[in-house]
Design a protein around this ligand. Structure first.
Ligand SMILES: Cc1cc2nc3c(=O)[nH]c(=O)nc-3n(C[C@H](O)[C@H](O)[C@H](O)COP(=O)(O)OP(=O)(O)OC[C@H]3O[C@@H](n4cnc5c(N)ncnc54)[C@H](O)[C@@H]3O)c2cc1C
Length: 468
């Protein structure tokens, strides 16, 4: 089928208004947040149902035109950026099909915004625990495709741990209905788990059954000043033990990061009187209204003071104060922009190796670019560090960013030596293809290629992701 005929076919499937071909109207679908990619597309197609998705896929495959699935376009590794293909934008598939509070599940379409899902769960006195800075615009289909983590991973796991069933349109246009609301289902290979984290390379997620939890009724948040980096692990251990494993967040931030947030973010000030080399943002939560959470939390902090693993702390006394403490952490990447270019690494290492990783990587990046300023922070409770490195003061930003790959290899080599992952949360996309080839074994890569070929023999589903 020629391109013009394909466009006509797509219009007849989803309606003329939902096939965008005008360059100006397509522009918002072409860029991602960090500005590392700018795409081009034959068209942006916006289906409204699973049947429409299936028909669009069939039409594209028979015309040998590849498809790039796109959710909220908040990904950070170029996974949803097209290079002349058809973008399948899922935003119109945004119905919550069912909420089942008794069964602690809900069934949603892939284009639902994460925040809307969280609100719908809350309206039924339930929690859907995935939570991240982009939750106001990312979609559950994108969250599943990238196996998103976020701030509550320590307690509730990643997307993979919170998806029970999936509906997927396969690369040949068939629909796999795996919308089973089952925790136990040992009936062969877990197809669901293959699709989670597949970044749109094996098919298009159109709906999902999600896991819900009792809604927390109590929450305690503290911003703690630490004497040094070595206090992080004993503090995490104490928090998990003292709370009976009710730690819902454990984020660490270096002093430079706190300085940037408090300098550049309006309305954000340093919550502690004097500066400390490291900080931890610790949160306990409980769904039990009889639980004396505040007492438990204060006992935990007192014990940590006595042990010398925190030297100062402030407990949020209101939602407003809690929000301010979280802004220091969540908006830090925004604040960092005011200090020029930042070379970013979203890595994970075994939790016990966090201090060693940060020390070694901090020395190593300064050896690559003298004067570079490491700004490590992140979800330390699950070993995930955002190892961002700001440019030296006064250096030309482009000259600094030109060192991205050299610096990243040095950082990822250390991560690899420590048994970690070069991409903890954001995935591989198009940005990290060479690192997948470098850090995963031949056996692993061979198996991944065979899986891709089995699902997508024509290679029309998000080409360029994972394998270049
Ligand atoms: C401010 C900010 C904070 C963030 N914080 C975190 C964080 O804490 N933790 C974390 O893990 N990530 C974080 N991210 C990145 C995160 O991966 C994305 O925000 C989110 O998961 C992607 O969802 P999306 O709907 O925007 O997907 P997109 O960006 O549109 O797509 C991402 C990938 O998924 C594929 N895809 C999208 N929809 C579908 C579908 N329906 N079926 C099949 N494939 C699909 C795309 O092809 C692409 O490969 C953050 C991003 C931003 C901008």
């Amino acid at each position: 089928m020629r391109q013009a005929a394909l466009l006509e076919a797509l219009k007849s499937i989803v309606g003329e208004a939902f096939v965008i071909t005008n360059a100006a109207d397509m522009e918002t679908y072409m860029n991602e947040e960090r500005g590392l990619f700018h795409g081009t597309a034959l068209a942006v197609v916006r289906p409204a149902s699973t049947i429409e998705v299936a028909e669009v896929v069939k039409a594209c495959v028979s015309a040998w035109v590849a498809i790039v699935p796109q959710g909220g376009n908040t990904g950070l590794v170029g996974g949803a950026v097209a290079d002349g293909q058809v973008i399948l934008s899922m935003g119109r598939m945004n119905r919550i099909r069912a909420v089942n509070p008794e069964g602690f599940t809900m069934t949603v379409e892939a284009g639902c915004i994460l925040e809307d899902i969280r609100n719908a769960a809350e309206a039924e006195d339930r929690l859907f625990p995935l939570s991240l800075g982009a939750q106001g615009s990312c979609q559950i289909g994108g969250n599943i495709a990238t196996n998103v983590g976020g701030i509550n991973t320590l307690r509730y796991g990643t997307a993979r741990d919170n998806v029970l069933g999936l509906e997927v349109v396969l690369p040949d246009g068939r629909v796999w209905n795996g919308l089973r609301a089952l925790t136990k289902d040992n009936t062969g290979y877990s197809l669901r788990n293959l699709f989670v984290g597949s970044e749109g390379t094996l098919g298009i997620v159109t709906a999902a059954v999600l896991k819900l939890y009792p809604k927390p009724v109590a929450m305690e948040t503290a911003f703690c000043g630490l004497p040094d980096l070595d206090a992080v692990l004993p503090l995490l251990e104490r928090a998990r033990r003292a709370s009976g494993d009710q730690v819902s967040a454990f984020e660490v931030i270096c002093r430079t990061g706190v300085e940037m947030s408090t300098t550049y973010l309006e309305g954000v000030s340093d919550p502690l009187e004097s500066p400390h080399p490291w900080y931890a943002l610790v949160e306990f939560s409980s769904a039990n209204s009889d639980d004396p959470l505040r007492e438990t939390f204060e006992r935990f902090l007192e014990g940590a003071f006595e042990e010398g693993i925190i030297v100062d702390a402030v407990i949020a006394e209101s939602l407003e104060q809690r929000r301010m403490l979280w802004r220091i952490r969540e908006e830090l990447p925004e604040a960092q922009k005011y200090e020029g270019g930042s070379i970013k690494h979203d890595v994970s290492v075994p939790v016990r190796s966090i201090p060693e990783f940060i020390r070694r990587a901090s020395e190593a990046v300064v050896a690559v670019v003298p004067g570079a300023r490491p700004v490590p922070f992140g979800h330390a409770g699950d070993g995930n560090i955002h190892f961002n490195v700001s440019q030296p003061v006064g250096m030309d930003t482009n000259a600094y960013l030109a060192q991205w790959h050299v610096m990243s290899k040095v950082v990822y080599d250390i991560v690899d030596e420590l048994g970690g992952s070069f991409s903890a949360e954001h995935g591989v996309g198009r940005l990290k293809v060479e690192y997948l080839a470098r850090y995963r074994s031949d056996v692993e890569l061979d198996l991944m290629r065979r899986i891709k070929a089995a699902f997508d023999p024509k290679g029309t589903m998000n080409p360029g992701v994972f394998f270049g």
